[in-house]
Write a protein that binds this ligand. Sequence first.
Ligand code: SAH
Length: 250
Amino acid sequence: MISFVGAGPGDVDLITVKGRKLMEEADIVIYAGSLVSKEHMDVCKEGTEIFNSASMTLEDVIEVMERGEKENKKVVRLHTGDPTIYGAIREQMDILDEKNIKFQVIPGVSSFTAAASAIKRELTLPEVTQTIMLTRIEGRTPVPEGEKLSKLASHKTSMAIFLSVQDIDRVVEELIEGYGSEDTPVAVVYKATWEDQKIIIGTLKDIAEKVKAEGVNKTAQILVGNFIEGAYERSKLYDPSFTHEYREGK
Ligand code: SAH
């Protein structure tokens, strides 16, 4: 059995209990070394084979999985954050399907929720926005035309932008076009939940400058929207006059 496991954003205690158990029992672990802390391997039993996928191709990864399966071993493929977001797991799962190798996917805490927690904010607020967009700017991986950052930003929802801080100038330019205001709040969270986490708060007007001054050019979430700063309505759920399934309103 192969288990794709979400390691969480950084802090090793943010892996799920299920993920930790699988790590404890694993015979083989293949971890995404660029963003997954080596400390996760501390819970592995004596003799667990450890592979860092940073220097491996898809074919190399599959080869290790296939051998593990043949030898009846428990294999964990440890991905950063939640494996279903920019995890490149589909291509692995499709090959495993072709080879009739069973696998499961264990979710993880994504860096976008970790970043929102780091700045102590709620991404969805009544009368502000009820939507979160998870996206990225185009890099070597293309982004479909309909998902251009400026177009998405024009909806003025909360946004979490992955894989893009190295292009902060281009990101800001598109966001200003979309949100239509330089005053829109932005928080850049570098290495959320790691020991060297950095939080940079600003607006579309000054965030690029601040990010560069801090030397942040990778492993950051760019959170954008009026959920960061400004007015909102309180929730209906906890409003004394509101009746719902579990409580009679007064
Ligand atoms: N599956 C991961 C995302 C992998 S893509 C998840 O759910 O979080 C890698 C990108 O995720 C990075 O470029 C960065 O934008 C973001 N990222 C990953 N870990 C992060 C962290 N601890 N803090 C801030 N951003 C992070």
